[in-house]
Design a protein around this ligand. Sequence first.
Ligand code: ALA
Length: 423
Amino acid sequence: MLCRQDPARVYDPQIIKAQFPLLANRELRGEPPIVYLDSASTTQKPQCVIRAIEKYLVASNANINRGVYALSESSTEQYEHAREVVARFIGATHSRNIVFTHGTTESINMVALGWARNMLKAGDTIIVTEVEHHANIVPWQMLAKNKGVRLTFLPVDEAGSFDKDIYARLLEQNPKLVCVSGMSNVTGYLPPCKQMVEWAQRAGARTLIDAAQLVAHKPLDVRDLGVDFLAFSGHKLYGPTGIGVLYANDSVLDDLEPVFGGGVMVSQVTTTSSILAGIPTRFEAGTPAIVEAIGLNAALEFLESIGMAAIEQQGLVLYRYALEKLLQFPNLTILGNTDSTDERVGKRTGIISFAINGIHPHDVAQAFDDRNICMRGGHHCAMPLHHALHTPGSSRISFGVYTTQADLDVFADVLAQIIALLT
Ligand code: ALA
């Protein structure tokens, strides 16, 4: 198999990195080495994903669900196999619970427009949190405007974390839906999602988890979480852009209505009406992201062969290593609590954002870029969280399976130079 790692091999980020063409062997190509610390934005792609896409395009390319010729049938099988692999990867009962979308944003909008718009009425409450990426805020604000539902925000404390008592009080408003990020794309904060889902259910609310960041950092089991909807993107877990997933459990799936109409999602069409195709095909109008699904399949097999538990462990090692380095800099504030052993604030991983007194995050990112280090500066599409943490923007580093301690050593050396230069 293209994607299989040797299971006997101990996780070694250097060996993993060697499988990412953009990062590996740059000197041999006469290119300067780069340190890539922007995996929260998008991940690099391993050779096996690139090869799987190439192999599909060279040998199998045809539209799905249409042709009766062998090439088309094989393409349909590969696409549906990808759906099964996604279901397995997140612990879903069945592949019918997996809807392919174009990304997390589309998945969340699909819940807002295909489920909440029909199931909620004016005056109903949706709980959203201050931690959220704009993708899990704006669709609900649009729904509030069009439908008259009320949004209530679960605030963060100074540590960027939730207070369970405040959450419990908000649940007394009998919300119909609770939307929460599985992992902050700014602070790496991992809210206690399982408990939040349990409490929401007890209050009679449905739940949605934005797992865009979480899915690349921890093993995920949607049945154990008990969540109703969960959304993520392929490109943040080593697959291509343009493919995303909406998981919907059986209890909400029948109430989810298609948002897009078109070919394939119907079984019969007359000039006056149409009959919907089965689930999940009815949610995937038009030609879907077939090539991208093949790439996502390869990416998930790649991750499975390393093991998500090993990835989680290694992520925590790197997170602590980076944190120790950053904590040595005066004039630098790390967003959110930096004590990951503090039970009250929960754990963090994979992402660290910081502000340097007197330097704009864009200038920091530019200075790093001048030294071939890719990191992000700005509000990271999380303006409410930055507002709650009293800063308009921050500098962010985020890690992937290929990130090494050596990368972080280079980063810290350059950070010292930049601070000396710019302050
Ligand atoms: N959502 C991506 C990020 O946080 C783009 O950087």
